[in-house]
Design a protein around this ligand. Structure first.
Ligand code: NAI
Length: 288
């Protein structure tokens, strides 16, 4: 259902690769809500992905930009303002990539050149993007900027590898830049910490199927889907959330506040039930 929440708003959407991408679903929902935008991705992803389908469907133009290149980002922002006919109201940063994960290097055996590249693409790119937008004064008052993250920034998920550190940096940049953007331009900056989601980036993580199933069983509301994430981002781009800023917002069915769920405990006990329960032991002791 559409509510016209973004009627007349202009934006930039990074990271739609294919129909599974969180950015793809978000672009579709923003279009339904009356927002207009330009789509952007790294030149190589534009060749590999199917973004032109999305552009056609949503009546939007594609501007290639490698999010690690200041020149590309400057060109992107200038063109976006020109094409959309005014300052930008919303920006979605939906970019993630770890070369160590791709190459199968465990966290304890990183290639630090890969670490640097992954950090530049996944984390510093958020700072670069905001810096270009801020210095060009390209965002309207009460605009909204959202980056996507995962809770490995706070808790240990061993196979998330160096992406955990990249996400911690990304979340910190949201707060630090968000302060200046709020104070000087009345623009809000938040990160959305999403459930594991079956996308190209997500499924690159070792043991992703287990990850997905475990989180789903742990969360009282189950995992949040990419479409549900898109809905949430729409609210953050709308005028209904004007004073929400500097936040890391969990969109994960409740996972982040769980210790254990009955479903996970039942599964665990199937393989780990002791021959005698603690309650039985205590009873026996009492009888003595
Ligand atoms: P995806 O693979 O569809 O999107 C990742 C995007 O990053 C792709 O479009 C890719 O082309 C783009 N990208 C990579 N290098 C780039 C560069 N140098 N310049 C510009 N763009 C570049 O996967 P997904 O899952 O939609 O990822 C979107 C965001 O959501 C990422 O930040 C990811 O870490 C985050 N996230 C994903 C979760 C998941 O389980 N899929 C869970 C929580 C957060």
């Amino acid at each position: 259902m559409a509510y016209n929440l973004l009627k007349g708003k202009r934006g930039i959407i990074f990271g739609a690769l294919d129909a599974n991408s969180i950015a793809w679903k978000t672009a579709e929902r923003i279009h339904e809500e009356g927002g207009k935008f330009v789509l952007t991705n790294a030149p190589i992803a534009l060749r590999m992905g199917t973004i032109s389908e999305l552009a056609e469907k949503t009546n939007s133009q594609i501007i290639p930009a490698d999010a690690t290149s200041m020149m590309d980002l400057e060109n992107l922002v200038d063109k976006a303002v020109e094409i959309l006919g005014g300052k930008i109201d919303f920006v979605l940063h939906s970019i993630g990539m770890s070369v160590n994960v791709r190459r199968g290097n465990p966290y304890t055996h990183q290639d630090y050149n890969f670490t640097k590249t992954g950090w530049d693409v996944s984390a510093l790119s958020f700072h670069r993007t905001m810096s270009v937008l801020y210095n060009k004064d390209a965002v309207s008052e009460w605009g909204s900027i959202v980056g996507l993250t995962y809770m490995a920034a706070q808790r240990v998920f061993p196979d998330y590898n160096d992406m955990a550190d990249n996400k911690a940096y990304l979340e910190s940049v949201a707060r630090s830049f968000g302060y200046f953007f709020g104070r000087d331009k009345k623009v809000r900056v938040n990160t959305v910490s999403q459930s594991p989601t079956p996308t190209t980036a997500g499924s690159g993580v070792k043991g992703f199927d287990g990850f997905l199933a475990y989180a789903d069983k742990m969360s009282p509301l189950g995992n949040a889907t990419a479409l549900e994430c898109a809905d949430y981002i729409v609210t953050l781009f709308s005028d209904l959330t004007k004073k929400v800023t500097l936040q890391n917002l969990f969109h994960d069915g409740g996972f982040s506040n769980m210790g254990v769920s009955t479903a996970i405990m039942e599964d665990f006990m199937k393989n780990n039930a002791p021959e005698e329960t603690v309650a039985e032991k205590v009873k026996k002791e009492r009888k003595k």
